[in-house]
Design a binder for this molecule. Structure first.
Ligand code: NAX
Ligand code: ADP
Length: 530
């Protein structure tokens, strides 16, 4: 708690250095800290201690007759006398502060925030400004400790607050359409140890987030080692957000735990993957996917093209292999070859060919990645697809394809959270579902899920380019091809692929074309294995 509170105070000064100059002035910066009954409130007291020691005017608002326990009680007892303490009833009294700290509830918030708490922020912000202060100081910044109070850090949503009982119908409509009356809007969120899924899902994803190292093992943002040791239990949730830097060993371990690369293996032991291609003039997407599969580690990758597209494809590839695939009977025949470990269907495949080939591919019970046309061709009756899926499949829809397969869930995308909806989709499909986007969510049918953000310092806007998804499908296929068929880890392969996809895009930077991504992989892997 001592480190957490000190970290929040330091983050405030880092984010608004203009307050530093005022610290020894006649109008020093002012903070109102709203402290709750638990440890989040305790962190708030520590923030107060630090700001007060720097010459800030600090006012703590708390439930005066609540008695704290443990570290929070200690932090309260250590508040200097200069810090004013008032009950919540005094929220509207006094002058408007420069900073409002929300230390009411953090991860312990289990139920929606009562309107009495929500009203506190409005009341403090509506106080009259200090007469002699510059205009820029009239709008207080709101800083959340861990997360805004009432937020669910597992799902990334505000726990729906109950409307006040006194509202008539008209007032209730106004209340439910005005976000500011239901949620606390913050300018900065300061969390501890590691970011939590909720920090990157929906509401908080665009916000300033600071992570304070409080000395727990793993350190701030360096959770690659933890990724390799993922607990595999159902409903586990983790954030795939390792920071690359001085921990190549941990990444190496992660990479090795997902791929099962044997140093002495020959090419078929490293895994053979097949990427199905569409017809004449439609093969670019499959070629990019196949190149990505080969680059990321599959020992051999074959493009399976219709006869008409064979000359065109042959003219464009070298290390990739090519076989004509006239029909689904032929594909079923290929399944007799045990060396075939993974299949990728969808990129540029065409609806007609996808409808024919997907059931045959799934019949073979290999690790199978279904993307693009292999998903959208089942728009009329998604259940037909779900009936064929098995536990070693992964569906990689973008939001449009998600809508096609799960129209009822997609209708909730903007009200509910992506994590819950992706979990429900995976459960319904009976396969892993990876919902693409700047925040990618991956869920297994048993509820185990991952969230991967390409936000803030890891933003990769260049990935919004045609064909990037085809490359991702190929990368997942390539990783799956390396795995022992008896010990597949579909979720792990998807996480690693999504992470490397973003890293590859960031490494290339502006001007990225999807076809550049596979050739970024060797440098990325060299860095991992350095
Ligand atoms: N490793 C950790 O867990 C650390 C936690 N720290 C702080 O501790 C916080 C968690 O502390 P607590 O577990 O005490 O929980 P909180 O302080 O978030 O909540 C306190 C209690 O309020 C009650 N409550 C929940 N929702 C409510 C609601 N809507 N209305 C009224 N009462 C409600 C619950 O009984 C809950 O236990 C974190 O958010 C963080 O600020 C930090 O000190 C750093 C280390
Ligand atoms: N703004 C963005 N930031 C990070 N990643 C993005 C962004 N936009 C798209 N992506 C990623 O790029 C890929 C695009 O896939 P998709 O929409 O299927 O494209 P395509 O069908 O053209 O291949 C996905 O992996 C998605 O997560």
């Amino acid at each position: 708690m001592a480190r957490a509170g000190a970290g929040v105070a330091a983050a405030i000064l880092r984010n608004w250095p203009q307050f530093l100059e005022l610290e020894s002035s006649a109008e020093p910066p002012c903070a109102v800290i709203l402290c709750g009954p638990g440890n989040n409130g305790g962190d708030g007291y520590v923030v107060g201690q630090h700001l007060s020691a720097r010459g800030w005017r600090v006012e703590v608002l708390r439930e005066l007759n609540h008695s704290h326990e443990g570290a929070a009680a200690h932090a309260l007892a250590n508040l200097p006398a200069a810090v004013e303490q008032h009950g919540f009833a005094m929220a509207a009294t006094g002058h408007r502060p420069d900073i409002i700290v929300d230390a009411l509830f953090g991860i312990g918030c289990t139920r929606p925030l009562g309107t009495e708490y929500l009203a506190l922020f409005g009341a403090v912000a509506a106080r009259p400004p200090r007469p002699a202060t510059a205009r820029w100081r009239h709008i207080p910044k709101v800083v959340a400790v861990d997360c805004p109070s009432g937020f669910d850090l597992d799902r990334g949503v505000f726990l729906a607050p109950e409307p006040p009982r006194s509202l008539d119908q008209e007032a209730l409509t106004e209340w439910s359409t005005d976000e500011s009356r239901r949620h606390i809007a913050t300018d900065l969120c300061v969390t501890f140890h590691l970011p939590k899924p909720g920090h990157v899902l929906s509401a908080l994803s665009g916000q300033r987030l600071e992570i304070v190292d409080i000395g727990l093992p793993g350190g701030a943002g360096k959770d690659a080692a933890a990724l390799a040791d993922l607990p595999k239990q159902p409903h586990a949730l983790r954030l795939v957000d390792p920071v690359r830097g001085n921990r190549p060993k941990a990444f190496q371990r992660w990479f090795q735990s997902v791929t099962h690369l044997d140093k002495a293996a020959h090419k078929y032991q490293r895994g053979h993957a097949i990427v199905l291609s569409g017809g004449l003039g439609q093969g670019g997407a499959a070629r990019m996917a196949a190149r990505a599969a080969l680059r990321i580690g599959a020992g051999a990758v074959t493009i399976a093209a219709p006869q008409s597209a064979v000359p065109e494809t042959a003219a464009q590839i070298n290390a990739l292999m090519l076989r004509p695939l006239p029909d689904s009977y032929t594909l079923r025949g290929w399944m007799e070859d045990d060396r075939l470990r993974a299949l990728c269907l969808g990129p540029g495949l065409g609806h007609k060919r996808a409808q024919e080939m997907v059931p045959a591919a799934l019949w073979g019970k290999r690790a199978t990645v279904l993307d693009a046309d292999a998903l959208s061709c089942f728009g009329e009756d998604p259940q037909v697809l779900f009936n064929h899926l098995h536990e070693d499949c992964i569906l990689t829809p973008h939001e449009g394809e998600f809508r096609t397969l799960f129209p009822d869930l997609a209708a909730e995308l903007h009200q509910s959270d992506r994590l819950t909806l992706t979990r429900r989709a995976a459960e319904r499909a009976g396969a892993v579902v990876l919902l693409k986007g700047p925040v990618t969510v991956i869920a297994r049918p048993d509820g185990c899920a991952s969230v991967h953000p390409a936000l803030r310092e890891r933003a990769a806007p260049w990935l919004a380019t045609a064909g990037a998804g085809d490359v991702l499908a190929g990368m997942i296929t390539g990783l799956l091809a390396t795995q022992d068929p008896h010990h597949r880890d579909i979720l792990g392969a998807a996480e690693l692929a999504v992470w490397m996809h973003v890293e590859a895009a960031r490494q290339f930077g502006p001007g990225l074309l999807a076809e550049d991504l596979p050739d970024e992989l060797p440098a990325l892997m060299r860095a991992l294995f350095a």
